[in-house]
Structures are given as structure tokens and as C-alpha cells.
Design a protein around this ligand. Structure first.
Ligand code: MTE
Ligand code: MO
Length: 507
């Protein structure tokens, strides 16, 4: 077999191993699955740096200056290329020995990954899968090379195209993985470095806001349990240094605010329940949290909306848009440029570094995550993401209630049973919740405290359960006197309606 051919088999296999491993490492870092340095090239590089004797370090810095790390990566790539070329050449005669040598190189990569600081058990996966891909390339291309040697020009072309194709794919994968991993790494560091200012308006949650019923939704939902809805296939990984928000359109003057400036503004804390318009009756696409941020009305005031404007089109870094009535962002409600959720910098999935949260409106018309632009405009001139897709232009939250316990289909013992759940009518407030068993009389539920009219409210009814199957129905009445409608409607176009009804079996 031609030496250059067998060498290129080894090099293509090595390239694919690094490419696949780097791509998977980048994806894992992006998804928050990797803790340490799952990319083998960087792990080996890091391990090498840690063990470099001082004289060599000094020499490297003196020779390459600030390019010392780039020089290291280039150097390692060259060494790896030569090693793989040799493995390829050896493999032309001694397949098994070459395969074992390749596995040893992969194992060195895995060892380096596993011993990096903060490494988790999952971190070696990219290198493991990459090595398997490399072994597959070795055996496939050796076969093709052997056939090409005594074969037709077609066989030769098949081999050369195969080797070139693998190398191109490998380089592309490595590049994408590197960009993903680096950006994600930067974003994670940026989020970890955030120091939130103390809020000018702390929220007070009285003990009476929680009824303490077993199985009821907690008044505040943990960030990790909070529902997530968005169109982003890959969670945007922004960092604070690169973030800014521009107010433009129908304004007296354009204003751009960056993270450092936002941090100097008096931060408000607010209890706000977020609800998705796609939530079915009884569904769980709703959550309550303490949000901290600067009222968006203050920023809009700086820009000076022009007369005639009635909508703000907010855009996220990934191009998603929401159309919010200008009035909801300029009246006295706590519409926030939120920087924190339950005292933590926003989780990436919930909009880090800054998102909008507007009491009383469904998320799809208000709660833009990763927000980077606010265009003051009109409903006549601009359309938000979901409007041409069959959803309403406006999205005030409807008065709703949900039974949390017992669960539908539960078996319970006869006697006292706590029927409990939550009700919400953001920015209006809940004044009553009523429960009905088997189409009997509506009975008033006991309400928990309501620390904010922008949040949901817990309720409970002590029910004397008697044997048999029973249906339980709930409805809420909001502070405007509106009784939750019985009329059943699907989520599209502007929110589901109907009464949440469950059946339980009492024994
Ligand atoms: N950038 C962006 N922001 C978005 C969305 C989106 O798709 N992209 N979805 C919205 C919808 S429909 C809802 S219900 C809320 C959900 O917010 P959460 O994921 O933090 O619970 O985010 C809103 N903000
Ligand atoms: Mo939503």
C-alpha cells in the first residue's frame, strides 16, 4: 500500500476522533452536562501545562509571548498528526497492532479528561465516542486503500474521496464544537461572576401565603422546577459583557443600556406568576417566583415614546419577538427588566442575563428572554412571532384555578380530605375560590394570604368524603368580580378556559 495513503488513513481517523470529541464536548458544555474540560485536545494541553517544568514554561513564554497557548495547541496537533500517520502506516501491514496503538492514544485522551479539575464521569464520553469513530474510519479506509491499490480508478477515487470527506467533516465538527464550548464556557463564567445589588424594595411573603397542605404547589417554585417554554433549540449563552438592550423606533431618542449601567439602577423585587398561553385547564405551564430588576417603564421614559405608539416589540438574541401593549409597560405595574429569579442570576434557560416579566400578560406577549431590543411601534405596523402563527395579538391572563390535591384518579379514604390547589388572575387578584362536589352546591374554599395580586393564591377546602366515585370541580372569582368561565376553549388563540374537574375514588 502506498505510504502516503496509509498515512492519510491514520490522519483522517485521528482528525475524526478529535472532531467528534470536540463537537460532543461543545454540545455537552452548552447543555450544562459537562463540568470540566471534556475536549481531549484541551484536556491533554491542560495536563501538559500543569506538568511543564519552569524552564520550559519560561522558554515558551519568551518565544511565543501571549501566543504560548496557541503554540501549545498547534504543537500538540502536529504531534498527534505524526503519531496518527505512523499508526496508519504501521496498520497497512499490522492492523491489530495499529488499532491497539490508536486505542492507547484515545485512552491517554480519556485519562487527561478524567483527571482535569472538576471533571465529572460524563466528561470522558466525547473522547470515548470519538475514539470509536476513529477506529471505524481506520478499518473502513484501510480496506478501501487496499482495494484501490490494485483496483480501478473508481476504487482509487472512492478511497481518496473517503479520506478527504472524513477530514472535512472532522474539521467542521471540531470548529463548531470549539465555538459552542468556548461561548458556553464564557457564559457560565460570566453568570458565576454576577454580584446582584440589594433590592430597593424587598418582598415580604407572610407565613399565611402557604397553607402547608401536602402535595399542593409551593407558593414559590424553585428555579430548577420552573416550567420552561421557548422556541430555542439551543439555549442562548450570552455573557453580561456582550449584552446590551437598545430602545428604538417611535421614540424621541434612542437609548442603549448595558449590563454595568443596569446594575447601577435601583433594583425592585416583585412576586410575579408567569403563565403560558398554551397551558391547558389543570395544566402545569405556570410558575411563581420573586423576580428582581429595573422597571422597564423607567427605560422607556428615558427614550420618550412618541404619541401614537401602542406596542413594544421586544426581540431576543435569537430573533424571537413578543408584542406588548405599551400601556402595560408604562403604567404603575411591576413590568421588569429582570436580572434575577428567586435571588439567583437568571438561569440560562430562563433568559440570562436579562428578560422581561410583565404581570397580567401571558408569556408569549410579554416575557421575552435574552432580550436585546425594544422597538416602540404600533400593533398596526408590527407583528410578533406568534401572531401570524394563529395566536392572538393580545394576551391578558385569564382567571383560572387548578386542583393540586387529590390528583385526578386518586384513591382516598373516607372522612376528612383536604382538597387544595392554586388560583390566579395576575394583576387583578383572587377574591374567592369555590369548590363543588358531584354538581352539588358551590362551597367557599379557605384562601391563603395574597402577598401580591400579581401572583397566584393557594386555597383549600376540607371535604367530608363519603364512599364512592366523586367529581370535584373548582372555579375562581377575581377581584374585578369576574367568575372563571365554564365555557371550554382550547389554548389557541388566547388561552384555555373551562373548570378544572377531577374524579376521585373514596374507599
Ligand atoms: N426569547 C424567547 N423568549 C420567550 C419565549 C421564546 O420562545 N423565546 N417564549 C415565551 C413564552 S411562550 C413563555 S410562556 C415564557 C416562558 O418563560 P420560562 O421559560 O422562563 O418559564 O417565555 C416567553 N419568552
Ligand atoms: Mo407561552
Amino acid at each position: 500500500m502506498k505510504r502516503s495513503w496509509s498515512a492519510s488513513v491514520g490522519m483522517a481517523a485521528g482528525a475524526l476522533t478529535v472532531g467528534v470529541a470536540t463537537l460532543l464536548a461543545g454540545l455537552m458544555t452548552q447543555m450544562g452536562l459537562a463540568a470540566g474540560t471534556p475536549s481531549p485536545l484541551f484536556a491533554v494541553g491542560g495536563a501538559f501545562v500543569d506538568r511543564t517544568p519552569p524552564w520550559l514554561k519560561d522558554f515558551a513564554v519568551a518565544t511565543f509571548g501571549t501566543y504560548d497557548k496557541a503554540a501549545l495547541i498547534v504543537g500538540m496537533t502536529l504531534v498527534l498528526t505524526v503519531v496518527c500517520a505512523v499508526i496508519g502506516i504501521v496498520g497497512a501491514r499490522r492492523r491489530t497492532a495499529a488499532m491497539v496503538a490508536f486505542e492507547v492514544v484515545g485512552a491517554i485522551g480519556m485519562l487527561a479528561v478524567a483527571t482535569r479539575p472538576h471533571s465529572g464521569t460524563l466528561d470522558i464520553l466525547p473522547t470515548l465516542i470519538g475514539t470509536a469513530a476513529g477506529l471505524w474510519v481506520l478499518s473502513t479506509l484501510w480496506q478501501r486503500a487496499a482495494k484501490a491499490e490494485h483496483g480501478t480508478p473508481v476504487d482509487r477515487r472512492r478511497f481518496l474521496l473517503g479520506a478527504a470527506g472524513v477530514t472535512v467533516v472532522a474539521l467542521a465538527a471540531a470548529t463548531v464544537g470549539q465555538v459552542l464550548g468556548q461561548r458556553a464556557g464564557q457564559a457560565v463564567q460570566s453568570r458565576a461572576a454576577v454580584r446582584l445589588p440589594k433590592a430597593a424594595t424587598p418582598v415580604v411573603i407572610s407565613a399565611g401565603a402557604q397553607l402547608g397542605v401536602k402535595g399542593i404547589t409551593p407558593y414559590i417554585v424553585d428555579n430548577a422546577d420552573f416550567y420552561r417554554i421557548d422556541t430555542a433549540l439551543v439555549v442562548p449563552q450570552l455573557d453580561t459583557a456582550g449584552w446590551s438592550l437598545k430602545v428604538h423606533g417611535m421614540v424621541d431618542r434612542e437609548v442603549t443600556i448595558d449590563w454595568a449601567t443596569l446594575l447601577t439602577k435601583p433594583m425592585q423585587n416583585a412576586l410575579i406568576t408567569l403563565t403560558c398561553v398554551s397551558n391547558e385547564v389543570g395544566g402545569d405551564l405556570t410558575g411563581n417566583a420573586v423576580w428582581s430588576g429595573w422597571p422597564v417603564r423607567e427605560l422607556l421614559k428615558m427614550a420618550g415614546p412618541k404619541p401614537g405608539a401602542d406596542m413594544v416589540l421586544s426581540t431576543s438574541s435569537d430573533g424571537w419577538t413578543a408584542g406588548t401593549p405599551l400601556s402595560a409597560l408604562t403604567d404603575d405595574r411591576n413590568a421588569l427588566l429582570a436580572m434575577a429569579m428567586n435571588g439567583q442570576p437568571l438561569p440560562f434557560e430562563h433568559g440570562f442575563p436579562v428578560r422581561l416579566v410583565v404581570p397580567g400578560l401571558y408569556g408569549f406577549v410579554s416575557a421575552t428572554k435574552w432580550v436585546t431590543s425594544l422597538k416602540v411601534t404600533t400593533f398596526a405596523d408590527d407583528q410578533a412571532y406568534w401572531t401570524p402563527r394563529g395566536w392572538s395579538e393580545r394576551g391578558p391572563v385569564k382567571t383560572e384555578s387548578r386542583i393540586d390535591v387529590p390528583r385526578a384518579g386518586d384513591r382516598v379514604s373516607a372522612g376528612k380530605v383536604a382538597v387544595a390547589g392554586i388560583a390566579w388572575a395576575q394583576h387583578r387578584g383572587i377574591v374567592a375560590v369555590q369548590v363543588r362536589v358531584d354538581n352539588g352546591e358551590w362551597q367557599p374554599a379557605r384562601l391563603a394570604d395574597e402577598p401580591s395580586i400579581d401572583s397566584w393564591r393557594q386555597w383549600v377546602l376540607e371535604w367530608q368524603a363519603v364512599k364512592g366515585n366523586h367529581t370535584i370541580t373548582v372555579r375562581a372569582i377575581d377581584a374585578k368580580g369576574v367568575v372563571q368561565t365554564q365555557t371550554e376553549a382550547p389554548p389557541a388563540p388566547d388561552g384555555a378556559t373551562g373548570w378544572h374537574t377531577i374524579t376521585v375514588n373514596v374507599e
